[in-house]
Design a protein around this ligand. Structure first.
Ligand code: K1U
Ligand code: ZN
Length: 169
């Protein structure tokens, strides 16, 4: 396994639309292993492949608390089959927009279909933090960032703050 660099705004690669994966093979599993290690090291609870510069429809996630056993999840070619009309707010963060947090309102529950680490199809419902995180990560696959839901002023301020951090580093 290897750590990969996480791209940060305003890197234009983050705006790319990711393409579906044709086969879940050992090369793809290596990418997913690297992504999980990179996400744990950051630390974060989710990561989309485009955040490490790979425009494929691949996401990793682990929502386990520190006092729980790790529960890695892998999503290949995820699709939302249904989203609730009910919405819920959540203060989101993003490893590609370090140290910026703001509230985003999204459907409270979703039903999704995806391929797992072994290429097996899974259909399941998500709610709570799982629903928030999968929708946030699936937005990355479309080149959408959570700051895109904020006002232009807040978005511009967020990008300016990250640029300033990068210069200071
Ligand atoms: O960059 C990303 O997409 C990962 C992002 C996922 C996410 C967080 C919150 C709401 C929606 C999506 C993060 O992991 S940000 C870091 C974070 O939330 C966290 C870090 C350490 C411990 C607990 C949470
Ligand atoms: Zn993100």
């Amino acid at each position: 396994m290897a750590l990969r660099e996480i791209l940060v705004v305003p890197n234009p690669v983050l705006k790319q639309v990711s393409t579906p994966v044709e086969t879940v093979d050992d090369d793809l599993r290596k990418l997913m292993d690297d992504m999980l290690e990179t996400m744990y090291a950051a630390p974060g609870i989710g990561l989309a492949a485009i955040q490490v510069g790979v425009p494929k429809q691949v996401i990793v996630m682990d929502l386990a608390r520190q006092d729980e056993e790790p529960q890695p999840r892998y999503f290949v070619n995820p699709e939302i089959l249904w989203a609730s009309e009910e919405t819920a707010p959540y203060e989101e963060g993003c490893l590609s927009i370090p140290e910026i947090y703001d509230e985003v309102e999204r459907p409270a529950k979703v039903k999704l279909r995806y391929l797992d680490y072994n290429g097996k199809e899974v259909v399941e419902e998500a709610e709570g933090l799982y629903a928030v995180c999968i929708q946030h990560e699936m937005d990355h696959l479309k080149g959408v960032l959570f700051i895109d839901y904020l006002s232009r002023l807040k978005r511009d301020r967020a990008v300016a703050k990250v640029k300033k951090q990068a210069k200071a580093a």
